[in-house]
Ligand binder design. Structure first.
Ligand code: SF4
Length: 364
């Protein structure tokens, strides 16, 4: 996959880091490299840029992370039935550009594509946490503020991560992606401790809204290859968009998936319909004014996000869930950022407690 970079910025204190050396070796020769005292300044929106967020995606900043690497999933709250996920932030922002991406709001003041050279500190944090939670299976993902594998060809971080998790029984890594960047993964043995998950959308959503991502077919083919290499694979149908013909399109997408991947090898499905705060919706519509997927009828939910009208969401969830159950009856399925009542109507049961669901997904 070829992403455009306008420039690489390397923080002075990372000049001699292994990550900076790998990046400089792998980037195309036409991309200029600049050294800066503070990476945070290079990551700020550039004044005068027509689309500061889009421009930030093309500025890679190699810097040290000053905050902790590990945190609870920002989607989690007492209101929602969540999966007890922990987020490991090894990068911030993403070279792809999905019109609905929440990073357009979350990183509006900080859009540079940052990768953290001191990522060994993340592994120390994980070891400390695992020591404090003996007997628990912790599921840790790197795909929240960035795509887990975008630019892995350049940074090569996935190999070290997979090897780190392979040596620790209580930890499961989830690498979440919309790419087909799996070459590094195929060279290491995950020993069952890494799940690679793909967000899947129908072709219509890919074409209108998921710019510079791998096609849905390429994602499915990549899933098949990592499964054959000993990884576990999961799938996020998120955001599900309630456009005319969506039920049919999601059905066809699942048909293609089940034709390629044996249903009993799928670690989980997550589902979540499109949700946007008013600020995100405004930003997304400004950046992608001709995207029909951003123009559906929505209502403001109690959590302050626009979503499709609940009966419409529930009907679409059910249609998709029934299709999954028909082919993959044993695959765990959960909803992301939905209230327990919706969970019950779609999946027929109250969501399990957070820790139990997280544990189940981690153990497979
Ligand atoms: S791939 Fe994920 S992180 Fe990247 S732009 Fe799309 S939604 Fe955002």
């Amino acid at each position: 996959m070829n992403f455009d970079l306008d420039a690489i910025f390397i923080e002075d204190q990372c000049r001699s880091s292994a990550l900076a050396a790998r990046v400089i070796e792998k980037i195309p020769p036409h991309v200029p490299v600049r050294y800066v005292a503070d990476g945070r300044e290079a990551a700020m929106p550039q004044t005068g840029a027509r689309d500061p967020f889009g421009a930030g995606k093309r500025r890679m900043v190699v810097m040290n992370r000053k905050s902790p690497f590990l945190m609870a999933c920002p989607a989690g709250s007492a209101e929602f039935a969540c999966c007890g996920y922990l987020v490991l932030t090894l990068a911030s922002n993403c070279p792809m550009d999905c019109s609905y991406c929440f990073l357009q709001e979350y990183l509006a003041d900080n859009p540079g594509f940052q990768v953290y050279a001191n990522y060994a500190g993340a592994m120390d944090e994980l070891d400390r946490l695992a020591k404090r939670a003996p007997g628990r299976q912790l599921r840790v993902g790197t795909g929240e503020l960035a795509d887990s594998l975008a630019f892995d060809r350049i940074t090569g971080i996935s190999r070290e991560l997979v090897e780190f998790f392979a040596a620790r029984d209580g930890l499961t890594l989830e690498l979440k992606t919309k790419t087909a960047e799996i070459d590094n993964l195929l060279e290491v043995d995950p020993k069952g401790h890494t799940i690679v998950s793909w967000t899947l959308s129908p072709e219509a959503v890919f074409l209108s809204s998921e710019h510079r991502t791998a096609s849905p077919s390429a994602r499915i083919k990549s899933a098949r290859r990592v499964l054959d290499a000993g990884y576990r694979a999961g799938f996020h149908l998120d955001p599900i968009i309630a456009y005319p013909g969506a039920g049919r399109d999601y059905g066809e997408l699942l048909d293609e998936l089940f034709d390629s991947v044996a249903p009993d090898r799928i670690a989980f499905f997550s589902m979540g319909t499109m949700r946007m705060t008013p600020t995100l919706r405004t930003a997304a519509r400004e950046r992608f004014p001709s995207d029909p997927m951003l123009l559906g009828e929505e209502v403001l939910s109690p959590d302050g996000r626009f979503r499709a009208f609940a009966p419409m969401r529930i009907a679409l969830y059910r249609e998709i869930a029934d299709r999954i159950k028909a082919s993959a009856p044993k695959a765990p399925m959960y909803l992301c950022m939905e209230q327990p009542g919706v969970h019950r109507k779609v999946l027929g049961a109250e969501p399990p407690p957070v820790a139990a669901l997280g544990d189940r997904l981690a153990r497979g």
